[in-house]
Design a binder for this molecule. Sequence first.
Ligand code: NAD
Ligand code: MG
Length: 389
Amino acid sequence: MEISKVKNIAILGSTGSIGTQALEVIRANKDLFKAVVLTAQSNADLLIAQALEFSPKVVVIVDESKYGQVKEALAHTSTEVKSGEDALAEVVVLPEINVVLTAVVGFCGLKPTISAIQAKKTIALANKETLVVAGDIVTALAKENGVSILPVDSEHSAIFQCLVGENVAEVEKIYLTASGGPFRGKNIDFLKTVTCHQALKHPNWSMGAKITIDSASLMNKGLEVIEAKWLFNLEVDQIDVIVHPQSIIHSIAQFKDGSMKAQMGLPDMKLPIQYALTYPARLQNDFKRFNFLDYPALTFEPADMQTFRNLAYAFEALHKGGNMACIINAANEVVVAEFLKERIGFLQMSDIIERCMLNVDFVEKPILEDYFQTDKDTRAYALDLVTNI
Ligand code: NAD
Ligand code: MG
C-alpha cells in the first residue's frame, strides 16, 4: 500500500522527545509529510529553529513571555505566531490539517485533543494522559465523529499492529511489556534513598523527564494499562503486565483460541511514530534492524506491585471507575514535578497519590467539567500534602 498524497501534520509538543523524533520522520519523508503546525511550551530557541527549517503555517509558543522573541525571529517568514494556553485548541482545527500528533505531556493535552476530534482530525496519540483522565469521553467523541485515534505509545502501537486483520472481539487478553525501569529488582529500603538523578537514567529509552520518572515508579505502566483499556475497549481483567527488561517485545495480543501475536523490534520510538503517520501503509526506512544474536535471551518476570505501588493503584482506579484515574493522573503530575525539584522522596510520590485517591471527591459518572474540576482539586490537595509532608 502506498501513501497517495502529502499528509499535513500538526505536532503539539514539537520540541519534546516525541516531537523531535516525529520531525526526524517528516524530515526523511518530505514528499509524504508536511509539518503545518508546531507548538512548544517555552523552548523558544528550538521552536524557532524548527519553524525556520519546516516553514509551518503556524507555530504556538504557549509561554506568553516568549512570544516577542519568536515573533521577531520569524518576522521575515510567512509563519504565523500564536501564544497562550488556549492557542493549541484553536490551531488544531485549521482546515489543511490531516493528522494531529499529540506529543505534549500531561493533562494539558486534553482540551486540544477534544478540539481536534471535534474538527474530525485523525489523532496520532502520544499524550497518554488524555486517555487516562477522560478515556470514556474522548473515545466516545472520536466514535461520534468517525475519528481514528492511532496509538504512538510503543506498547499500544504493538497491540494495534497485532490487531490488524483481526476481529478485536476475539482478543482474550493483552500483555503490556514493561522494562522495569532503572530500579527493577530493588526493594523499599533501596527506594527510600534514590535521587531524581538515578531515576532519570532509563535503561532502554531516552524520553522526557516526566515519563522517565513514571517509568522508574511503574506509574507509566499503570497509565498505559488505563490507556489500553480505552484504546482497545477492554475489561480490566483482560489487561496484564509482564516485565521484559530487554524491551524487544513491545507487547502481545492473545486471542480466544490461545494464539499469541507479539510485535517486536529494537526500542526506537520513530517506528511507532512513523506507523501512526502512515497507517495502514508501511514505509521503507533505514532504522537500525534487530539482530537475534545480539539478544540471545529475551526474559520475562512478574511486575512487583508491592514495591512499586503505583501500578497497583492504576488497576485499582480502573476497577473503581468514575474520576479515579483523573485523580491519580493529577496527583502523579504534581508529585513527579516535586520529585524532580527534589522536594519529596521517591516513595513519597506513592504516599501522596494514595492520599489523593482516598480524600479527593469521588465522582461516579463524571462529565467533562468534572474532570477539569477533579484535576484542579487534586493538584491543590497534592501540593498541600507536599508542603506538609
Ligand atoms: P517531553 O517533556 O520531552 O516534551 C513535551 C512537549 O510538550 C514539549 O514540546 C513541551 O514544550 C510541550 N509541553 C509541555 N508542557 C506543556 C504545556 N503545559 N502546554 C503545552 N505544551 C507543553 O515529553 P515526551 O517524552 O516527548 O512525552 C510526550 C508525551 O508522549 C507524554 O504524554 C508521554 O507520556 C508520551 N510518550 C512519550 C514517549 C517517549 O519516548 N518520549 C513514549 C511513549 C509515550
Ligand atoms: Mg510506552
